[in-house]
Design a protein around this ligand. Structure first.
Ligand code: ADQ
Length: 490
């Protein structure tokens, strides 16, 4: 009989805490982004561990001390994998973000297939696997996250270290025509088959993966039905499933119900003179389709002059990968587009586009979600997209509308009650915005209450449970919560 799994160990590129130097003092803050939003509630107070890079290669930072404080407060252990500046350049900025990120989002023309990146990716994966081997026991369940760390099971096995491993890919998995462009395609897919369980966001991603497997490893046999299937490789087998990630629904809904958040939402509406608000919220990334979205707003104002002076488009973009030239150029492009649309359409008392380039605290973000009449979520390609779900959870009055890209993973779940659009089709998006502008209260409520039901049921805890069930036949509740916190802030 297998030994009982006692501890959940999460491994990801970044720890859920970010270190930064502010006014000469090191600070530790909770990290932003989908992965952290998704996993922190799952590990909290359950005695688990998170292994990852701290985000700094500066030898002067007291990484251990800062993380110890954060860790006690967070309710789980943090263990850092130190990386040098060269390793970060080759493995993170290079292989992960100049090869896998664009390729897996179907944007292969943005890829730079530099063989040095590949070698550094392997070296860093080996380094991570060594830490995992040292810090865990055969009783732990090792849950590895995302495209930076696809070789973890491969290296653990090659070291002779036996661990139960699950891997979840947060971004899409491309179809064979695109995946085959990767020079290291065979080694990469082979490494993925070394995990005991590989999870994807959607059935389409899972299908793409098995199609690539069939092309590259003809001996692979897929059997079973439903969300999780078995792949038999002759000498080993693995499970492969679709597990659409979600949010802590109640947490978002509760924040949106707070009187001070409702007051803030009212103040936002008032500042915009109670015009209808169309909202975009994204990490500033070329996959999110922000320039295309602003062009759609421009098309909307041309095609539907009745909306002039009636709507405001508010785009909130959180800075991301700011050191990278491509992202700097994207930022400039967006700022120019905002300027162009505002220059073309503004009149005294009305500026159509409001653009914020910064991270917002949760209450402020919830207030914007609550104030918005329509969320415009139009990535060119996205693994899931949590913003779409966060917007619905915060729409406690059930009077909003969700316009959603058909290329976001979330579309597979939300297609019946979101208004689906092709983000490249500027006129189609403009038409959708015009349509939902005219939806009456009853129509909005009907769609929004169904969207909210769906997200409430399939929330982050459901996601964690589905993955753990498939991986080790256990649920999150089987990892006992600690009775009391052992740390008190002085
Ligand atoms: P991301 O690409 O980061 O995640 P997404 O799922 O939209 O994309 O999550 C973004 C997160 O950042 C959301 O929680 C949002 O609230 C937050 N955020 C965005 N703008 C913000 C701002 N200005 N201020 C504060 N917070 C902001 C990756 C994949 C996704 C997948 C997730 C989880 O690319 O497809 O959904 O992982 O698997």
């Amino acid at each position: 009989m297998e030994s009982e799994t006692r501890r959940l160990v999460v491994v990801s590129n970044r720890l859920p805490a970010a270190l930064s130097l502010e006014d000469g003092r090191w600070q530790v803050k909770a990290g932003a982004g989908g992965l952290v939003s998704a996993l922190a509630p799952a590990l909290r107070n359950r005695g688990g561990m998170w292994i990852g890079w701290s985000g700094t290669s500066n030898p002067e930072a007291d990484v251990a001390g800062l993380l110890a404080d954060f860790s006690s407060e967070a309710g789980y252990d943090l263990c850092t994998v130190p990386l040098t500046a060269d390793e970060v350049a080759g493995y993170y900025f290079g292989f992960s973000n100049e090869i896998i990120w664009p390729l897996f989002h179907d944007l292969q023309t943005r890829c730079r297939f530099d063989p040095d990146y590949w070698r550094m990716y392997l070296d860093v994966n080996f380094k991570f696997a060594e830490v995992v081997a040292r810090k865990t026991t055969p009783d732990d369940y090792i849950w590895i996250h995302d495209y930076h760390l696809m070789h973890q099971a491969f290296f653990l096995k090659s070291m002779g270290v036996k661990r139960k491993t699950g891997f979840f890919l947060h971004i899409p998995f491309p179809p064979p025509d695109i995946f085959m462009k990767l020079p290291w395609r065979w080694k990469l897919i082979q490494a993925l088959t070394e995990f005991d369980l590989v999870g994807f966001q959607t059935l389409q991603d899972r299908r793409n993966f098995t199609s690539c497997l069939h092309r590259l490893m003809p001996e692979a046999r897929v059997s079973g039905r439903g969300a999780v299937v078995t792949v038999d490789m002759g000498n080993n087998s693995l499970r492969v499933g679709a597990f659409p990630i979600s949010i802590d629904y109640n947490q978002f809904a509760d924040i949106a119900r707070r009187p001070e958040v409702a007051d803030r939402a009212f103040a936002i509406k008032e500042a915009l003179r109670h015009r209808k608000i169309i909202l975009g919220v994204d990490r500033l990334d070329y996959t999110k389709g922000i320039p295309e979205r602003i062009r759609s707003i421009r098309t909307m104002l041309h095609r539907y002059p009745d909306l002039k002076g009636q709507v405001n488009f508010v785009q909130i973009a959180v800075p991301s990968r700011e050191e990278v030239d491509e992202y700097k150029e994207l930022r400039t492009e967006i700022e120019q587009l905002v300027g162009r649309v505002n220059g073309e359409f503004s009149f005294p008392g009305w500026v159509p586009v409001h653009y914020h380039y910064r991270s917002f605290p949760p209450d402020e973000l919830a207030a914007y979600y609550l104030a918005a009449d329509t969320a415009l979520v139009t990535p060119l390609r996205d693994g899931m997209n949590l913003v779409a779900k966060e917007y619905c959870a915060c729409n406690v009055n059930e009077d909003g509308a969700l316009v959603l890209s058909e290329f976001a993973g979330a579309a597979a779940q939300l297609q019946k009650n979101a208004y689906l659009v092709n983000p490249y089709d500027l006129e189609g998006v403009a038409k959708a915005l015009h349509r939902v502008f005219h939806w009456d209260r009853e129509e909005r409520q009907r769609h929004m209450s169904r969207l909210r039901d769906q997200i409430r049921r399939n929330n982050i805890y459901w996601w964690v449970d589905s993955f753990l069930q498939a991986g080790i036949a256990r649920k999150l509740g089987d990892f006992p919560a600690l009775d009391t916190m052992t740390y008190e802030r002085g």
